[in-house]
Design a protein around this ligand. Structure first.
Ligand SMILES: Nc1ncnc2c1ncn2[C@@H]1O[C@H](COP(=O)(O)OP(=O)(O)OP(=O)(O)O)[C@@H](O)[C@H]1O
Ligand SMILES: [Mg+2]
Length: 335
């Protein structure tokens, strides 16, 4: 397994929060797979992605494991960790402008990692940078390289950021709201680009895995192979994308789908009542309980566990799981 996060719990220092930022998060991404991670603001999506680079909040304690190609990122020595961050994993953020120095040229943004990380000569780096820009669909790459960020549109800049992320030939791509700031047409173009790069690498035998973070559940269901849903620092459901969209099992996932308007659907979008808990809210029982229309008294003391959705207790990637007490009752009674 390319990325294998197992029971990851991240806690801020005592007094800074009433509950963990992440609680027992388990998540896997295989080579060649595009895996979605969705949830409302503050659910812990970015914290999960940053943990893959061992970028933890100041003073935070982490338990569990984050393995990339079998090696635990939380236990790497500094030299190994540097290489892991610069070569093995690449991260693409939402706002390309904030990721780039506004006064430097586009070319420098690309040639820097090529010379620094891959050790290419300046001249080779310039040639490779132009190739990379062409490969993400930018015309006239030589001219682009002389331009500065303000001379390019948001969509073009995001292509530059993707080119830079791929320049070091990573195994794992972490895309954190990478297309959220783009208009619908540009978003579709950038997603198509990411997919075609993924396909190309798969055919070349060096499949990369992508963790695709978004708050947009229909987008994740359309774009990804599998999707994890997070709530209050926990994974509450995982299913293959089609199943998640057609038959969501957790009341929270259902709520997310019901509040997303979709074409040809004449029902009014229905928001989930209430707000997600903050880090200062201590949680006991099911964290979704205060907003759940189907909650029962027993949910108040129920310790969340992943209930397998497969026929014979199989909660694997293929069948998925959901952390809801009512599902646990159903699966027990049919066992
Ligand atoms: N460095 C930090 N120190 C303290 N708290 C933090 C830190 N980073 C994030 N948090 C808190 O941890 C929780 C999870 O944040 P995170 O950024 O992972 O959420 P998210 O799902 O990525 O949200 P969004 O959709 O808004 O990006 C939030 O309550 C956030 O305020
Ligand atoms: Mg985030």
């Amino acid at each position: 397994m390319l990325l294998d996060i197992e029971d990851l719990t991240i806690e801020l220092p005592a007094g800074a929060a009433a509950r963990p930022m992440l609680a027992e998060v388990s998540l896997r991404v295989g080579r060649g797979e595009v895996v979605g991670l969705v949830g409302e603001s503050g659910s812990g999506k970015s914290t999960t992605a940053r943990a893959v680079l061992r970028m933890l909040p100041e003073g935070a304690r982490a338990s569990g494991s984050v393995r990339v190609d079998g090696e635990d990122v939380l236990a790497m020595d500094p030299a190994r960790l540097r290489r892991h961050r610069s070569r093995t994993v690449s991260m693409i953020f939402q706002d390309p402008r904030s990721a780039m120095n506004p006064v430097r040229r586009i070319g420098d943004f690309l040639t820097d990692p090529l010379t620094r990380v891959l050790g290419l000569s300046r001249r080779d780096a310039v040639v490779k940078a132009a190739e990379l820009l062409a490969s993400v669909g930018l015309s006239d790459p030589e001219r682009r390289m002389r331009q500065r960020p303000h001379e390019l549109s948001g969509g073009m800049l995001q292509r530059v950021v993707i080119a830079a992320a791929l320049s070091t030939d990573p195994d794992l791509l972490l895309a954190d709201e990478a297309t959220s700031a783009l208009d619908a047409t540009t978003q579709a173009e950038v997603l198509a680009l990411l997919r075609s790069i993924q396909e190309e690498r798969r055919r070349a035998g060096s499949g990369i895995g992508t963790l695709f973070i978004t708050h947009d559940l229909p987008l994740a269901a359309a774009y990804c192979d599998r999707v994890y849903v997070m709530y209050a620092g926990r994974v509450v459901e995982q299913q293959p994308a089609r199943g998640l969209f057609a038959d969501p099992k957790h009341p929270y996932t259902r709520g997310l789908l019901e509040c997303s308007p979709s074409l040809g659907d004449d029902r009014e979008p229905r928001p989930i009542p209430g707000r997600p808990p903050s880090l200062s809210d201590a949680l006991t029982g099911c964290p979704f309980l205060p907003r759940c229309a189907r909650a029962e008294a027993e949910c108040e003391t129920w310790a969340p566990v992943a209930v397998p959705l497969g026929g014979d207790g199989d909660g694997s990637e293929r069948y998925g799981f959901a952390a809801c007490r009512r599902l646990e009752l159903v699966s027990r009674s049919s066992a």
